[in-house]
Write a protein that binds this ligand. Structure first.
Ligand SMILES: Cc1cc2nc3c(=O)[nH]c(=O)nc-3n(C[C@H](O)[C@H](O)[C@H](O)COP(=O)(O)OP(=O)(O)OC[C@H]3O[C@@H](n4cnc5c(N)ncnc54)[C@H](O)[C@@H]3O)c2cc1C
Length: 398
């Protein structure tokens, strides 16, 4: 492992830092980071931000140049993540499109599909969502019940998806549907690139316990797709689905940098907040938990670097991504639990009543539970680590 950056890499960092200083929305760097509440304005704000990233050449740096990327190295991707986290940049509305769908299209899609979708993914003109989970299928996606039946030139799709992040903002969905019942459960699944703007697709919001609306239920009632919307082969969608998931887990691990930043924010909080006239950081109990959190989050970062070194050597990500995902999501939950606990009764306050007039700590604490579920639950990650890294026997439940 070598943690030092070359001169060229540092120059890359400075180029991005300068661009961000010049292009972040007005007031962002000064701390005015409130996103619009009204859906149309929210969507426009985020799409405008992605367009700006695209125009500056910063929307998809890891992509090959021929698709509008920068062919960035993994180290440059790390620097990119670090800089985005440092300025708490607005979220990427087309996260699914840029980090999951487009890389899968480059790997498996047809030339026509690449031409039709990749440019619009890059500019943010077409936002994508991921239609995998259903009420009775999440960790075990072989249990999906959504069906697609061929009628003439059309595929008629019926079923229900759930927890569909960005579904209310999306133009297209990377959708799993059952097209036949194979002898093996993972056979007979097909992936469709579904148009969300059609009468057969109805999106209903799910409001989370933090009061926000990030994901949805999606009802498919005779929704229509065509052969050209299929990625990979009919009935052979399992491979396509896994390819997309590999891209998803690699991205989630990079949240290790967000965790680092959040730890620094918590240090700030413990220095600012007082209990009986003393900053919290002076309390032996708080200090002990902070040291514990620091040690383990630092350990996650180093582990992430170690896994990354392996990825660079092997040329592709391995099961170690599960370790990163597990550690970061569980530690984030602990960090925010700690932030609430040390605030005492103030930890119960909300919005303008909360410390500093916003409930960032409370809201993120509530959100952090979802991080241990989305992209594969902690139990599922532990199974992967047990089987594929430690070589233990297979989970008996499957
Ligand atoms: C923030 C967030 C965003 C999401 N975004 C999307 C999205 O955009 N698109 C999408 O399709 N889905 C999305 N999901 C859904 C997510 O992928 C599923 O919730 C997840 O895969 C778990 O599936 P499930 O909810 O059906 O739970 P289940 O699979 O029913 O699991 C229930 C419990 O059983 C445990 N369990 C299951 N199998 C095993 C096993 N073999 N061994 C041990 N324990 C097991 C689980 O860990 C869990 O505790 C999102 C979820 C969250 C929280």
């Amino acid at each position: 492992m070598d943690f030092s950056f070359t001169e060229q890499e540092e120059a890359f960092r400075m180029e991005l830092r300068t661009w961000l200083e010049e292009n972040l929305p007005d007031g962002w760097l000064e701390g005015n980071r409130e996103l619009p509440e009204e859906l149309g304005e929210y969507s426009k704000f985020l799409r405008d931000w992605q367009k700006k990233l695209y125009e500056g050449g910063w929307a998809a740096i890891a992509w090959p140049e021929k698709y509008g990327g920068r062919d960035a190295s993994l180290i440059e991707e790390i620097i990119y993540q670090q800089e985005m986290v440092r300025v708490k940049a607005p979220p990427l509305v087309n996260y699914v499109g840029i980090h999951m769908v487009a890389p899968t299209l480059m790997q498996i899609g047809t030339e026509e599909q690449r031409e039709a979708y990749i440019p619009k993914i890059l500019t943010g003109e077409e936002v994508w969502c991921q239609g995998y989970s259903e009420p009775n299928a999440g960790s075990d996606l072989t249990a999906i019940q959504t069906t697609a039946v061929k009628e003439g030139e059309k595929w008629i799709i019926n079923g229900q998806k759930v927890w569909t992040s960005f579904g209310h903002l999306a133009d297209r969905c990377f959708l799993l549907a059952r097209t036949s019942k194979g002898e093996k459960k993972h056979k007979g699944i097909t992936v469709f690139l579904l148009d969300m703007h059609q009468p057969g697709v109805e999106t209903r919001p799910i409001i989370q316990m933090d009061g926000k609306h990030d994901f949805n239920e999606v009802y498919l009632n005779d929704a229509v797709a065509y052969d050209a919307d299929i990625i990979g082969e009919v009935d052979e969608g399992w491979k396509v689905m896994i390819a997309l998931l590999m891209h998803e887990r690699t991205g989630i691990g990079a949240q290790v940098f967000t965790l680092e930043q959040q730890f620094q924010d918590l240090v700030f909080l413990t220095k600012e907040l007082q209990e009986e006239g003393r900053p919290l950081i002076k309390s032996p109990f708080v200090r002990k938990t902070m040291v514990d959190l620091y040690t383990r989050s630092r350990g996650s970062l180093l582990n992430y670097y170690r896994n990354l070194t392996k990825t660079i050597k092997n040329g592709h990500p391995g099961p170690e991504g599960s370790m990163d995902k597990l550690q970061v999501s569980e530690l984030t939950k602990e960090l925010f639990a700690q932030s609430i606990s040390i605030q005492g009764h103030r930890g119960m306050l909300w919005k303008e009543d909360a410390v500093y007039g916003d409930s960032y700590w409370q809201e993120t604490y509530l959100y952090s539970f979802g991080m241990t579920i989305g992209g594969g639950t902690s139990e599922v990650q532990r199974n992967t680590i047990a089987e594929r890294i430690l070589g233990l026997p297979k989970d008996m439940g499957r």
